[in-house]
Design a protein. Structure first.
Length: 220
């Protein structure tokens, strides 16, 4: 895979950072820490302090999977064509998890100080925007990208769908990142759900029609 040793180090350092931070904070954390917020940014669920290790361990486990999946994929040779984009995706995922973990720890020490209802959607939106920028570079595979029966059946449909999916991800990411700063809670929930549905459904439906069009062209 075309990925530098430096990028691999960055992947693992960002993947381990949440665990190191949580282990350092664990002895001084309160007995109960916030682990879930509603759309208004209010805590609606608490867990024991050991839950502070759950997200970091999940992040580390995902990084192990990120290394194994290209080796298991029947189209493993295609990862060579988008190694850099795949590495960027891994780092972005790690940074997002680092933000979520940081919000959890900070809120455990200083409850109610962070505008969680804005920070997390903004982080999700930024993540989607950057992924959308790299999405057209993803090549045909079974684990990463928009995997519908029609994109997996045709590399041409895969490419066109990911170009469209990249645009949808960027636009949807911007909406998700910005709307929490302007909309009230009821409208915010509806807007975020609608944005996610459109981001998923538009590329999925289009991949079907692109496949049908390609099939018809071959038959003619």
């Amino acid at each position: 895979m075309k990925k530098s040793r430096k990028q691999e180090w960055i992947c693992w350092l960002t993947g381990l950072a949440p665990l190191v931070i949580s282990l350092c904070c664990l002895p001084s954390l309160p007995e109960k820490i916030p682990t879930h917020w509603n759309f208004a940014g209010e805590v609606d669920q608490y867990s024991g302090r050991w839950f502070a290790l759950f997200l970091p361990l999940m992040t580390l486990g995902c990084n192990v999977l990120f290394v194994l999946l290209p080796k298991l994929d029947p189209k493993r040779e295609n990862y060579e064509k988008f190694g850099h984009a795949y590495g960027v995706f891994r780092v972005l995922f790690n940074l997002f998890m680092l933000v979520v973990n940081g919000v959890t720890l900070y809120s455990a020490y200083r409850p109610g100080e962070l505008p969680v209802g804005r920070i997390i959607p903004a982080a999700v939106g930024i993540l989607l925007c950057v992924i959308g920028n790299y999405m057209p570079k993803f090549r045909h595979n079974y684990f990463v990208g928009i995997r519908t029966p029609w994109t997996l059946a045709s590399e041409t449909v895969w490419y066109k769908t990911h170009r469209l999916g990249g645009v949808c991800s960027i636009v949807g990411g911007l909406i998700i990142a910005v709307t929490p700063f302007f909309l009230p809670e009821p409208a915010l929930a509806a807007m975020l759900i609608a944005a996610m549905i459109v981001m998923v459904m538009v590329p999925t439906v289009c991949s079907y029609f692109l496949f049908c069009k390609e099939k018809k062209t071959h038959e003619d």
